[in-house]
Write a protein that binds this ligand. Structure first.
Ligand code: PLP
Length: 762
């Protein structure tokens, strides 16, 4: 890059880092977005094949044109000349290329048909057209976002995407003038996945928790740092004091923004230079010493207990994994039991925080999961924020992180585009589909909406574009409320450079080389599908609606007035509305009959009209299923003697169905014949606790499990259009496929165990 270009580039980068680029051509905030879902995906049957070919062709042509234009400028010669193409080796190579590709394409037929209506399984569905095209276009340039000079374009795209994600997640994005006046600006970046984003958040939280201890020790012990003795800080329980006068426990409980400000203030207020602070950190920080040595030197006497990270029992395994990697050990991830809806118990959280306060045990991070992996349950974040305030008053401080790997994009549903009505109906009509049977986008429940409103009060959030953003892998992300927190995990740019302009996004976080193409995929997708109610909010709102319809279809198998009794029944983890209200068995049966007779058979428009006229039915429908769009269920069976009460046999049936509705091996490239796809997992006593597992067992009619886990099936509905296909609502076909498979598996199990089959008379 020529010198002027480099200066220009750095200036642009500076503008992006300073969040002052809103008028810039690359600004996503200024993009109007689009509205027709039918143009956002390739289509379940490849309906947009021509459009996709055109877009990929545009990307390829543009890349080849750029190669040619650059070469021609300098009169560079060709290499792949007509003469070379005429050599036999060339033909051999290109033929081999075609043959091998053909073979691989054939093998790929054996994959899960991800865009099918029948794929109701993983957090894994079709990816957006702009996501794929953006990735492909940038991949041709193979930019490496580890360093800006290896990615002069996609680094900017990553910064812009980071800003758009921060805004989506509710963080304030101040103007440049406001930042100059001292406003805190958020910052986000793309990671390879949610696990790495969670790990980075824990890393940053650990470094933040221990930074005041390290700096205080350095000021005390290093003559060059002596000027720092005059530094004062706000105390955890009020007032100000000199940093050096604080005891260990107080140093461990300073506020996040105050800790982040320490190094810059040592420079601006105490006159220390960056190099001196860097040298101090190189000999005193946990980064340099490691947790064991840091603990031994600075904490053992006054705060002997290792810090903990507190997560709900439902937390993804990347949390214990990260604790293991950081040398904390996964036993220091404390799991808060969850309630019968899979949400963190506030009573239990309080019990743990009390214990930490009593034992003077530092709390590094409390994690709320907004959309759990297996249940899409939303933790009561607003209440956790309020609880943080209470414990703050008692001198206990922690980083509050949201794991929104799955659920972060759902905040789009709460974001209303400029000029639109924020109080629209629960079922948002889709104007782009006016005049045809369509799927309405549903708002989230009042409970979920209330807790999403607390997102701005968190310190950091994980969000995965490659999950709720329908973007090709690999694209996770981590967003910080206070962007300067990234400096705690900048390995080559030390913490003391806070506030400066960094030449790259690649110095932050865990990864080294990383694809600029991932950022480009997210960028183009966000340009077309805005992360508000007009775009991603609409897409995910439709998925929520469809998930409720799938739930209604599955749980009401075998119910309905006059319907023949079936030998299986679906037992949802997500309780029926009447169960939540403490209703009787007869009331439950009546509600299941109602779902079967009044909800399941209706087409979408008819259903929405019916619910508009029946407020009780509307409430029931809103309460169906999970907090978002993942439903979790086991299947039990009956014989001539009655319903099975053996946990082992119920697990056997659920597993048999899973094996029949999934593929885990290479099938030689044959297009799968499975009539539907689901995935599976289990509620283990070690993770969820015996009471939780027994409560689910009791609802399924099986006895206490005595330590045995319960297997269950999981269906993530990421399909926005399964209830409004060219044939209308297609879910009854999918549910029927499930029912046939389950009945068949139950019949096999009954036969194999020598039971007498159910005779059809309940
Ligand atoms: C809530 C949650 N957090 C973190 C992760 C990890 O994300 P990844 O698989 O992208 O590493 C997942 C994955 O399912 C998840 O559901």
């Amino acid at each position: 890059m020529a010198h002027d270009g480099a200066a220009d580039f750095l200036q642009k980068l500076r503008a992006f880092h300073a969040h002052g680029a809103t008028q810039d051509r690359l600004s996503l905030a200024g993009k109007p977005g689009t509205s027709a879902l039918s143009g956002w995906f390739l289509g379940p049957m490849g309906e947009n094949r021509d459009l996709f070919r055109e877009l990929v062709g545009m990307a390829l042509d543009a890349n080849c044109d750029a190669r040619e234009a650059y070469g021609k400028q300098f009169g560079d010669p060709l290499y792949v000349t007509a003469a070379r193409k005429a050599l036999p080796g060339y033909a051999h190579t290109t033929d081999a290329l075609r043959d091998n590709l053909r073979e691989m394409l054939h093998d790929l037929h054996g994959s899960i048909p991800l865009s099918s209506y029948r794929n109701q399984s993983h957090m894994y569905w079709d990816v957006t057209l702009p996501g794929m095209v953006g990735y492909f276009a940038a991949m041709l340039y193979n930019q490496n976002n580890v360093a800006a000079e290896a990615s002069p374009v996609t680094t900017l795209l990553e910064i812009e995407v980071g800003r758009d994600l921060c805004a989506m997640l509710g963080y304030d994005t101040p103007t440049e003038a406001e930042i100059h006046a001292g406003a805190i600006a958020p910052w986000g970046h793309i990671t390879c996945d949610g696990s790495v984003a969670n790990g980075e958040s824990m890393w940053a939280a650990r470094n933040l928790k221990l930074l005041p201890i390290a700096l205080a020790a350095a000021i005390k012990g290093m003559p060059e740092m002596a000027a720092g003795r005059m530094l004062t800080v706000p105390c955890p329980t009020g007032g100000r004091a000199h940093l050096l006068d604080l005891d260990t426990w107080s140093l461990l409980n300073l506020r996040v923004d105050d800790v982040i400000a320490l190094s810059p203030r040592l420079q601006s207020e105490c006159g220390l230079d960056a190099k001196t602070i860097e040298a101090a950190l190189n000999t005193h920080s946990v980064q340099a010493l490691g947790l064991a040595e840091f603990q031994r030197r600075f904490l053992a006497a006054d705060a002997p207990h290792l810090p903990v990270v507190i997560t709900p029992a439902t937390a993804h395994y990347s949390w214990p994994k990260s604790a293991a990697l950081l040398g904390l050990g996964f036993s220091h991830v404390w799991k808060v039991p969850v309630d019968l809806d899979g949400r963190m118990s506030l009573v239990e959280l309080r019990r743990m925080l009390d214990q930490c306060l009593r034992e003077k045990r530092p709390v590094m991070e409390v994690v709320a999961v907004m959309g759990t992996t297996e249940e899409s349950a939303v933790d009561p974040l607003a209440d956790i924020v309020a609880m943080r305030e209470e414990y703050r008053q008692m001198g206990l401080e922690f980083v509050l992180h949201v794991d929104g790997a799955w659920g972060g994009y759902f905040n789009s549903i709460n974001r209303v585009p400029c000029g639109a009505d924020p109080d629209g109906p629960v079922f948002q009509p889709d104007e782009a589909e006016a005049g045809m049977e369509h799927t309405p986008a549903m708002l989230m429940s009042d409970y979920v909406t209330r807790h999403y409103a607390a997102l701005p009060h968190t310190d950091s959030q994980t969000v995965d574009p490659h999950k709720g953003g329908f973007i090709p892998y690999p694209a996770g992300a981590l967003c910080y409320r206070n962007g300067a927190m990234r400096d705690l995990v900048a390995f080559t740019a030390p913490v003391v450079f806070h506030g400066g302009v960094d030449p790259t996004v690649g110095v932050y976080g865990i990864e080294g080389s990383k694809p600029g193409a991932a950022a480009a995929g997210v960028y183009l997708s966000h340009a077309i599908i805005r992360p508000d109610r007009s775009g991603y909010g609409k897409l995910l709102g439709k998925c929520i609606f469809n998930s409720k319809r799938l739930y209604a279809g599955l749980v009401s198998i075998g119910y309905g007035k006059g319907a023949p009794a079936e030998s299986i029944r679906v037992v949802p983890f997500q309780r029926m509305p009447v169960e939540k209200a403490g209703g009787t068995a007869a009331e439950l049966r009546a509600q299941l009959d109602f779902l079967h007779d009044e909800i399941v058979p209706r087409e979408n428009d008819d259903l929405v009209a019916y619910l508009a006229d029946n407020q009780d039915a509307l409430q029931v429908f809103r309460d169906l299923g999970s907090d978002q769009n993942i439903i979790t269920y086991a299947v039990n069976f009956r014989t001539a003697e009655g319903w099975n009460s053996d946990i082992g046999l119920m697990n056997e049936l659920t597993n048999a169905i899973y094996r029949r509705l999934s593929i885990s091996d290479f099938n030689g490239g044959t297009v799968p014949e499975k009539p539907m796809f689901v995935t599976a997992s289990s509620f283990e006593v070690a993770d969820y606790g015996q009471d939780f597992v027994d409560a689910f067992a009791a609802r399924a009619g099986v006895g206490p499990t005595h330590g045995t886990g319960i297997q269950f099936l999981v269906s993530t509905t990421q399909d926005p259009w399964v209830t409004a296909t060219a044939k209308g609502n297609y879910l009854p076909y999918v549910v029927d496929a499930f029912k046939r498979t389950a009945l068949d598996c139950a019949a096999v199990l009954v036969r194999e165990h020598g039971f007498t089959p159910f005779d059809g008379v309940a």
